[in-house]
Design a protein around this ligand. Structure first.
Ligand code: ATP
Ligand code: MG
Length: 553
């Protein structure tokens, strides 16, 4: 791969538009419907829209596409704003489609006056039945030939609340035989007596997506309206409405949505997971939402890098979650504070170390010298990882076993002398002697050991809860499985360790700091932590399966 990045197809279009003077500057928008929390797929759209604004010295609006009063909530509006800010982007204007309800209504009236829209009394079933199929034309019904005056009066009555939900709709009068089914007199307004999160009870008719979206783009004078591929067939209607209404000609461009393995990426599906209790809320770290990634310890930079790497194309595909983890590790490897934490503790006693003595040792905070050093406490009793001792070692075992030597990270070389088991046969204590001359930084022992293990001082360590996460689904593509997508939920996606021991420096953990628990992965303070109880999430493991894959290829 060459370092120089070629332009994606949207950048090519924009550069051409700027060169030919079609536009002096560009205006894009990110148009979420506030009916759920943003997921990693939305990040792709955010990075693209805001990224173009930045790259070409233009602007990007945040527009809440709030035309469906039933599913939208203010909580979602706030979370969406938080997520965009967290990703590092600033919108030019915060706008709401609902602010245009008056203008949109007027546009609809204009269409009626041009003889291009009519009120239809048919039921949803009747409309569907007369729509035809991709291979059969649709049929015109008797309402289609209502006079302009009658349509104006009926539409005004719809607005005034004279009719019940579903009793009437307003349809664009295009062509019931059109090869594009979406052009067969699409519904543009429906009756819905529902409370709206912003306009309250002012309206009982609401515009349909296809009517509101392009018109909102036009009202804001969006130059490049970028959406996902499923809207390709809608573009014809988008252009038709703008042309007939003779309003500012925004243009729609479509790119492939982001799909990722081992998760689902639709707000409706995610809502089910939350409301049926399969996860503990929208920001449960196993969710693919941005708030979940943030809570788990992902950085906004890693998500932006990921979106850049996956690029913008016109073909749908699945991206491996491993690529996102790779981007994250690349960043955390350089920035995370190195600390020691023991997740599955077993006691280690240094037999020849003085009882009650404490030594202060120093250890690097990270790979960069400028990150400084921190103080460690060393004593006679330590906690080490249970898996770092083996009673009967396997071949090439470089950790502790009877008679073997290892280095305790940033401390001394020790030699395993003995061990004690409890009544159940589990290792209870490992007894070692230490080599006083082998202190890290001033080692004169001349002893070379192959293994280094992490540890914490039993007298100083703090108890912490550590949460380890695995993928939420066992299937690569849960939606492609037979049956319900929730059948493939991974029952072991959360492991809670309540008795981990961490070094005392972690008492200062906050949401600004990211840690590498040496040999164990990257970790981040969870919002459930309290002054008396540390709780950490494993952000990602150290293992870098993706990088190995990449190197192989
Ligand atoms: P969902 O099905 O998850 O609700 P949506 O497309 O209905 O997704 P919107 O709130 O309407 O959600 O989306 C806002 C913007 O984000 C749209 O422009 C949409 O095209 C884009 N978007 C949504 N999902 C993805 C995705 N997986 N990849 C890229 N862009 C996406
Ligand atoms: Mg949507």
């Amino acid at each position: 791969m060459s370092e120089e990045k070629s332009l994606n197809f949207i950048e090519e279009i924009i550069e051409e538009d700027l060169k030919t003077g079609k536009y002096k500057s560009i205006l894009t928008r990110f148009p979420p419907e506030p009916n759920g929390y943003l997921h990693i797929g939305h990040a792709k759209s955010i990075c693209l829209n805001f990224g173009l604004g930045i790259k070409y010295g233009g602007k990007t609006n945040l527009r809440f596409d709030d035309t469906n009063p039933v599913t939208e909530e203010t909580e979602y509006v706030e979370s969406i704003k938080d997520d965009i800010r967290w990703l590092g982007f600033t919108w030019a204007q915060e706008l709401y489609t609902s602010d245009y309800f008056g203008k949109l209504y007027q546009f609809a009236v204009d269409l009626v006056k041009k003889g291009l829209a009519y009120v239809d009394d048919s039921t949803a079933e009747e409309i569907a039945a007369m729509k035809g199929t991709p291979t059969e034309p649709g049929k015109e019904n008797k309402y289609r030939n209502r006079s302009i005056e009658e349509n104006l009066a009926l539409f005004a009555e719809m607005k005034a609340g004279k009719y019940k939900d579903g009793e009437k709709v307003l349809r664009a009068k295009i062509d019931m035989k059109h090869t594009n089914m979406l052009m067969r007199d699409p519904i543009i307004y429906r009756i819905k007596h529902a409370h709206h999160h912003r306009t309250a009870d002012e309206w009982c008719i609401y515009p349909m997506y296809d009517f509101a979206h392009g018109q909102s783009d036009s009202i804001e004078q969006i130059t490049h309206s970028i959406c996902t591929l499923e809207f390709v067939p809608h573009r014809e209607l988008y252009d038709w409405l703008i042309e007939k209404l003779e309003i500012y000609p925004s243009h729609q461009y479509e790119f492939a949505r982001l799909n990722m393995t081992y998760t689902v990426m639709s707000k409706r599906k995610l809502l089910q997971l939350v409301y049926e209790g399969h996860v503990n809320g929208w920001d449960d770290p196993r969710m693919p939402t941005l708030s979940a990634f943030r809570r788990k310890g992902y950085t906004p930079g890693s998500i932006r890098t990921f979106c850049e790497k996956i690029g913008v194309a016109k073909r749908e595909n699945f991206i491996d979650l491993g690529l996102l983890e790779f981007c994250l590790r690349e960043e955390l490897n350089l920035t995370a504070l190195r600390v020691m934490a023991v997740l599955d503790p077993v006691k280690l006693i240094i037999t020849n170390y003085e009882e009650g003595k404490t030594e202060e040792l120093y250890s690097e905070n990270g790979p960069d010298e400028n990150m400084g050093k921190r103080k460690l406490h060393f004593g006679k009793e330590l906690w080490i990882e249970r898996e770092d001792f083996m009673e009967v070692p396997v071949k090439k075992w470089f950790r502790l076993a009877p008679g073997t030597m290892v280095r305790l990270k940033s401390a001394y070389i020790i030699k395993c002398e003995n061990f004690i088991k409890d009544a159940d046969g589990n290792i209870k204590e490992v007894h070692c002697s230490y080599i006083p001359e082998s202190k890290s930084g001033s080692d004169t022992s001349g002893i070379a050991v192959k293994g280094t293990i992490h540890w914490v001082s039993a007298a100083h360590a703090i108890n912490a809860e550590v949460r380890l996460y695995d993928r939420l689904f066992t299937s690569e593509n849960p939606l492609a499985e037979e049956g319900d997508f929730k059948d493939t939920i991974n029952k072991n996606s959360l492991q809670v360790i309540s008795n981990a021991y961490v070094e005392p420096s972690l008492q200062d953990a906050d949401f600004e700091k990211r840690y590498q628990f040496i040999r164990k992965g990257y970790f981040y303070l969870d919002k459930d932590a309290t002054p008396g109880k540390l709780v950490f999430n494993r952000t990602v493991t150290l293992k870098d399966a993706w990088a190995k894959e990449v190197k192989k290829n």
